[in-house]
Design a protein around this ligand. Structure first.
Ligand code: NAP
Ligand code: GLV
Length: 306
């Protein structure tokens, strides 16, 4: 069996070593133009040329949960595209979002400023029931996040394409449920895949529906958010702040208003990292399952886009 590997955002050698160790009978190589025909590709943001030159692939394994980088690519017909299925990401996402919710709710930014000014000053405790947290997308990551936030006794809501029943989460579905979900939410978390339906989903209209003092946590993709609409709603006072991990252009350009905005916290696309050990174990396990003719989880529905 032959495997080609492509990722331009990481050191390649440790990944090649880990894949070779997990699949000792396979030939594993970094993909280069003209590479020999492979059975499987393990990739992050691959170029079209890789697929044009590899028509015999039996599986394409994405080294992340989001497959939006494939939306504009032509893959060989019927080759399964397989997304990363948790692999240690959901606990990281739960940490990040709980941190963001609690930091905002408990006003730790204000306490940081008080400390800088050398002031010992209490804030009046805020009422948890007044901070309903709405999670858009209750998939592998969103479900874990919603359940983790619920542990802190915030009211938790969720919105998905198809109806869901998750204990402790008030679930809304589809376009028909969207505005009611937003109107009942104060802290909005985006964990949707980026598809033509979800691009720009956080915009002036939708963010205006959030309860006054709304807070936005975007951990999905930058293109879910219309940046200017968030900035104007912050400046108008309808929104109280945002914690953003993902951006339309990454790295976030130095001149972007998000860097210095007093109500915005930015992190460099780090809320849930691809962990090498877990990722290689999952992908190697799935390749062996495909070789045995067994079904695997995490195959992307290419029509749906996730
Ligand atoms: P997933 O398991 O595919 O779940 C996606 C969820 O979104 C599902 O609940 C789905 O609804 C819902 N959804 C999709 N399209 C929708 C629509 N048009 N309207 C309403 N709901 C819709 O994905 P995941 O593994 O949880 O990951 C979510 C996203 O997180 C990824 O696509 C990726 O972009 C992002 N991500 C970011 C980082 C980071 O470091 N910042 C790390 C990992 C992932 P149904 O359940 O009804 O299908
Ligand atoms: C990271 O952003 C991922 O999609 O896994």
């Amino acid at each position: 069996m032959r495997i080609v590997f492509h990722a331009d955002n990481t050191k390649v050698q440790p990944w090649l070593d880990a894949l070779r160790q997990a699949l000792p009978d396979a030939v594993v190589e970094q993909w280069r133009p003209g590479a020999a025909q492979a059975d499987y590709a393990v990739v992050w943001t691959p170029p079209q040329q890789l697929f044009d030159e590899q028509p015999a692939l039996k599986g394409v394994f994405n080294m992340g949960a989001g497959v939006d980088a494939f939306l504009g690519l032509r893959l060989p017909a019927n080759v399964p595209l397989v997304r990363l299925d948790d692999a240690g990401m959901s606990v990281q996402m739960a940490e990040y979002v709980c941190h963001a919710v609690i930091r905002h709710f408990r006003e730790f930014d204000v306490y940081d400023r008080e400390r800088d000014a050398g002031r010992w000053a209490f804030r009046r405790p805020r009422v948890r029931a007044e901070f309903p947290v709405g999670v858009m997308g209750l998939g592998v990551l969103g479900t874990r996040v919603a359940q983790a936030v619920a542990q802190f006794e915030f009211p938790v809501l969720g919105w998905t394409r198809s109806p869901k029943d998750i204990p402790g989460v008030r679930c809304y579905a589809g376009e028909a449920g969207f505005d009611a979900f937003l109107a009942a939410t104060r802290v909005l978390v985006c964990l949707l895949p980026l598809t033509p339906e979800t691009e720009g989903i956080m915009n002036r209209r939708t963010l205006s529906l959030l309860k006054p003092g709304g807070y936005v946590i975007n951990v999905a993709r930058g293109a879910h958010l219309v940046d200017e609409d968030l900035l104007s709603l912050l400046d108008e006072g309808h929104l109280a702040g945002a914690m953003l991990d993902v951006f339309r252009t990454e790295p976030l350009p130095a001149e972007h208003a998000f860097w210095k905005h007093p109500l915005v916290t930015v992190t460099p696309h780090t809320s849930a990292r691809t962990l090498r050990e877990e990722t290689v174990a999952q992908i190697a396990g799935k390749i062996l399952a495909v070789e045995r003719g067994e079904p695997i989880a995490g195959v992307v529905d290419r029509k749906r886009g996730y």
